[in-house]
Design a protein around this ligand. Structure first.
Ligand SMILES: Cc1cc2nc3c(=O)[nH]c(=O)nc-3n(C[C@H](O)[C@H](O)[C@H](O)COP(=O)(O)OP(=O)(O)OC[C@H]3O[C@@H](n4cnc5c(N)ncnc54)[C@H](O)[C@@H]3O)c2cc1C
Length: 601
């Protein structure tokens, strides 16, 4: 058995055979890459994840973050692992060479991150947020801001964080009250409070660069009046050295159900009237500035969820082979057999395998779209991949996190009573995973985004681009005798999905309130369609490979496993979309009638 984080045999099949990462080497940006470099990077990432990140994940959960005398300390073991992560160049691998990046294809970067997230979500969140902050500066910063902050952020010596949430402003970002008051020198005095800020403070790095949303006095209410500010924990002198402590004070850390090694801080800015920030991205452009990055970050959060799920699945698989209960099916006596022999356990494992492999492939596909929307020479192609990224963002975020949590919960089920106990790792994975459906825009907000924005975008043409891609995979599978009936089933479900989507678009104009009540079931349908799309596509490739002959015994087992996984998902899980779509189409108004007063307590 390989590592217990990510099945790299499967991931290599996805990036090489299905998504053809080598096609990217033809582009100038990735011309330094070859199959060899890709393989070296995967092996290096695996070693770091397995040897440094994974062994300290449980320790981090037990020790947790401490807040004493106004200072936040991370689990001590995190420091050495983080140093190795930075030394390995993993803080900004996909960024341009200019400030120390490696211009790595996003697909490869995602695969490496899947290993790291699976190994230690708490520790990865620090680097992840640092990357987000760096990316905002990279895209929107002035040359001066880039040279002041970017090198230290990309090499990991400074951390970064994204400061949006306030007690009265969670999903409702427009309700932010933090103020920015212009100074004569062009800087701003920041005044306000934020909560729930990941890496809002910690001792992991020598400085922390806050990217913060605030409103300049007199600017409009709501999101359109927000601007974005860079607020360093320690001010930066002209020569790049650290200056005095800015007036950003950590007032506490949250005690969470999971991700205990990740500092989630409450912050007060300007209590001493001396918190200085500099604007980035333009006045009242805060949402555009922040959300440019947050959209990609949403895909990354889906990746967090499915990476922990991947580890939960591999741990459950191991356990199901080891744990013996009951005798062979249909026998009254005999030796105890491994629980993997029992049909219900086998079904649970297959469900976990399907979601893990299907959503992993979807994320890697989204990574390829992210690169092609930037580097393709053809404008129509850039637009196509841009549309796909828009469509896939809520599906990846919610699919990775909701299905990821479902996989972690199923892993606990496979472990039985042991799974419910703290000594068994899957319990931690489930706790750590839950947050992914909440932060970076709750999955309720993702559902609203898919229904209210994405499927109506540009007269539904972005939706049509996605459906065309799905139909190409169906055609591929339809041409293979063994898969033809599964392709026909899939086509029927996709046809129903397209018809119901058209009806929802019309209903949004007639009765938006009732229509939005279907947003979450509709998103769940989109997730299952997307998983079936990836699995069927992979099965078609696996069938072709088997038919070509020459596969080793191990390869034949792997390829047959891919085909069986797709058949299981399309025949046993995908039909659930029909029930959901029927309910959406029926559009019963019980939700409308169920006014607040009928919820009797
Ligand atoms: C561990 C952790 C780390 C975090 N890290 C960060 C960070 O680094 N930076 C940062 O700025 N924030 C961070 N957050 C905050 C996080 O983004 C918010 O918790 C999240 O956006 C939800 O806001 P809320 O908690 O106020 O919930 P609310 O907005 O009050 O939502 C409560 C419920 O109502 C639903 N709801 C609310 N509005 C709507 C609507 N319009 N339509 C449908 N449903 C709706 C939600 O889906 C949810 O189910 C973090 C939170 C946690 C717990």
């Amino acid at each position: 058995m390989g590592n217990k984080l990510v099945d790299l045999r499967d991931a290599r099949f996805a990036i090489n055979d299905q998504l053809k990462i080598s096609e990217l080497f033809a582009y100038e940006k990735f011309s330094d890459y070859s199959d060899n470099e890709i393989e070296m990077a995967i092996v290096t990432a695996e070693k770091l994840a397995v040897n440094e990140y994974y062994p300290i994940n449980e320790v981090g959960d037990k020790t947790g973050v401490r807040f004493e005398d106004g200072k936040v300390t991370v689990p001590p073991e995190f420091h050495a692992a983080y140093k190795k992560f930075c030394e390995g160049g993993w803080t900004a691998p996909a960024e341009d060479y200019d400030f120390g990046g490696q211009q790595m294809p996003t697909m490869l970067n995602y695969l490496a991150q899947m290993l790291f997230f699976a190994a230690n979500q708490s520790l990865m969140v620090y680097t992840c947020l640092t990357h987000s902050a760096g990316k905002v500066i990279d895209i929107f910063g002035t040359d001066e801001q880039k040279s002041k902050y970017l090198e230290k952020i990309w090499d990991g010596s400074w951390g970064g964080c994204m400061d949006l949430t306030e007690p009265e402003a969670g999903s409702d970002v427009g309700a932010i009250r933090t103020k920015a008051i212009p100074n004569e020198d062009g800087t701003y005095k920041i005044k306000g409070n934020k909560i729930f800020i990941s890496q809002g403070d910690s001792d992991l790095t020598e400085n922390i660069v806050h990217l913060l949303l605030a409103r300049i006095e007199g600017d409009p209410e709501g999101t359109k009046g927000l601007s974005c500010f860079i607020v360093p924990k320690f001010r930066v002198n002209d020569d790049g050295s650290l200056g005095e402590h800015n007036d950003v004070v950590c007032t506490g850390v949250e005690h969470k159900m999971g991700m205990k090694g990740s500092a989630t801080a409450s912050l007060a800015y300007g209590d001493n009237d001396n918190c200085i920030g500099e604007m980035i991205g333009g006045r009242c452009k805060g949402i555009v500035t922040m959300f440019n990055m947050m959209n990609e970050q949403r895909i990354v959060v889906g990746m967090e969820g499915i990476s922990m799920a991947s580890s939960a699945y591999l741990h459950a698989l191991d356990f199901a082979r080891e744990r013996k209960q009951g005798v062979a099916f249909g026998q009254k006596t005999g030796p105890q057999v491994s629980i993997i022999e029992h049909p219900d356990v086998r079904r649970n494992l297959l469900l976990m395998k399907s979601y893990t492999e299907g959503i992993r492939a979807l994320l890697l596909y989204a990574a390829k779209c992210l690169d092609l929307k930037e580097i393709s020479a053809d404008e129509a192609e850039r637009s196509k991949y841009g549309d796909l990224v828009e469509m896939l963002t809520p599906i990846c975020k919610a699919g990775g996190s909701d299905r990821g949590f479902e996989v972690c919960a199923t892993a606990i089920q496979v472990f039985g009573g042991y799974g419910y106990c703290q000594e068994y790792y899957v319990e931690q994975l489930a706790r750590d995973c839950k947050i992914t459906s909440i932060y970076e825009g709750t999955n309720g907000i993702q559902a609203n985004d898919l229904l209210g924005r994405k499927i109506v975008m540009r007269d539904a043409s972005a939706f049509a681009v996605l459906i065309d891609e799905i139909r190409s995979a169906i055609s591929l599978a339809a041409g293979i005798e063994d898969l033809a009936s599964y392709a026909a089933d899939m086509k029927r479900h996709v046809d129903q999905f397209v018809a119901v989507s058209a009806s929802l678009r019309a209903r949004l104009k007639e009765n938006a309130y009732l229509t939005y009540a279907w947003a979450t079931p509709y998103l769940a349908v989109a997730e299952d369609i997307a998983v079936a799309w990836m699995l069927l596509w992979q099965a078609a490739i696996a069938s072709e490979k088997l038919r070509a002959g020459g596969a080793s015994e191990a390869d034949a087992v792997f390829l047959t496993s891919k085909i069986n996984t797709a058949k299981f998902f399309v025949s046993s899980i995908l039909p659930q979309v029909t029930g959901r779509l029927d309910a959406i189409e029926r559009n019963d108004d019980a939700i409308l009638k169920m006014e607040e007063k009928f919820f009797i307590d």
